[in-house]
Design a protein around this ligand. Structure first.
Ligand SMILES: [Mg+2]
Length: 109
């Protein structure tokens, strides 16, 4: 997601939170994550071109749409919760993954 889209998304999320409240945005985020989870299960069960609920639509395109919903709503969580602390967690977790990848490479070369 580009920085421009993140900034735009954050601005509209602020407006939505002001209008409908934090709880509403948190519930919406949970709902969007559930929709993405469900469609990913369908993808693994039936493959990308088989959508038994809507035969004319490609599952891959629906997944991409649900990913967009999740990214937008997760951005609202960054307005509600402490974005700087989330960034700290991201940095820590990415460094941990890098370390694990290097250890894996050492063991498998
Ligand atoms: Mg959705």
């Amino acid at each position: 997601m580009s920085n421009d889209l993140i900034a735009i998304s954050k601005e509209y999320n602020k407006q939505m939170i002001k209008k409908w409240g934090k709880d509403s945005q948190i519930v919406k985020t949970i709902s969007e994550m559930a929709e993405l989870s469900s469609i990913l299960c369908d993808y693994l069960l039936y493959g990308e071109k088989t959508d038994w609920k809507n035969e004319d639509k490609n599952l891959k395109s629906k997944i991409e749409s649900e990913i967009a919903d999740v990214l937008i709503t997760v951005n609202s969580l960054l307005v509600i919760f402490d974005e700087k602390k989330v960034s700290t967690h991201i940095t820590f977790k990415l460094l941990r993954v890098i370390t694990r990848l290097k250890e894996y490479e050492k063991c498998h070369t």
